[in-house]
Design a protein around this ligand. Structure first.
Ligand code: AP5
Ligand code: MG
Length: 212
């Protein structure tokens, strides 16, 4: 399986697992959140338009997200397989994806909301290389500093409590209905996302390789 969608609520561990799997299987890691944050940081017109939505924890309009995703999918590394992390997030994006590319499986990250809130409040990121840490479950070697380049770690603006509440609500209303959408198409593969990153990675590896 080389064309995967990672579907799950904010903080479920999609990005953490996508980085591991993409590295191991030589897949392109296509995170629409990372692409949008890069556009915000570069202050492109698209980034400037997206910024307010992201900060508030709301979905960026489909048209902007599709534009950025289609550009990325055209790059050569995506041709041999990809992990889509954070896309699609509503029914119209799922229908758009069907017109762009078939997918082999949709991995659904199952996890209760209390754990999500805890993980998001403890997340820190490197503003330079985008590495993701967690002050509880994945602390950097030197507190507050990126292991890779020593930059001072920051919190994502949308990890503040008000935006987190909005993101969880948006997930429940707009994105969770995709679970049924993909179940009906026999593509849904649930994983228990509550374990350690290593435990979750083992489940994903098993389903990608088709072993029980
Ligand atoms: P996006 O960047 O996609 O954020 P998200 O879906 O809310 O998901 P997160 O990145 O917060 O969580 P994750 O599941 O990747 O968890 P992670 O691995 O980091 O989107 C952000 C915004 O961009 C959206 O709100 C929207 O505005 C916009 N956007 C993006 N895509 C869009 C789209 N398609 N359409 C419209 N708008 C879009 O883990 C979280 C923390 O937990 C980390 O600290 C990590 O170290 C830790 N952790 C991970 N796994 C474990 C584990 N197993 N045990 C303990 N800790 C763990
Ligand atoms: Mg992420």
């Amino acid at each position: 399986m080389r064309r995967l969608v990672f579907l799950g609520p904010p903080g479920a561990g999609k990005g953490t697992q996508a980085v591991l799997l993409a590295r191991e299987q030589k897949l392109a890691h296509l995170s629409t959140g990372d692409m949008l944050r890069a556009a915000v940081a570069a202050q492109t017109p698209l980034g400037q338009e997206a910024d307010g939505y992201i900060r508030a924890g709301r979905l960026v309009p489909d048209e902007l997200v599709l534009r950025i995703l289609k550009d990325r999918l055209r790059q050569p590394d995506a041709a041999s397989g990809f992990v889509l992390d954070g896309f699609p997030r509503n029914r119209s994006q799922a229908e758009a994806l069907e017109r762009i590319s078939p997918v082999d499986a949709v991995v659904s990250f199952e996890i209760p909301n209390e754990i999500l809130v805890q993980r998001l409040s403890a997340r820190r990121i490197c503003p330079k290389c985008q590495s993701v840490y967690n002050v509880e479950s994945r602390p950097p070697r030197i507190p507050g500093r990126c292991d890779l380049d020593g930059s001072e770690l920051v919190q994502r603006p949308d990890d503040l409590p008000e935006a987190v509440a909005t993101r969880l609500d948006v997930y429940a209303k707009a994105t969770a209905p995709l679970l049924d959408y993909y179940r009906e198409r026999s593509l849904l593969r649930p994983v228990n996302a509550r374990g350690t990153p290593e435990e979750v990675a083992l489940q994903i590896r098993a389903l990608v390789h088709g072993t029980p």
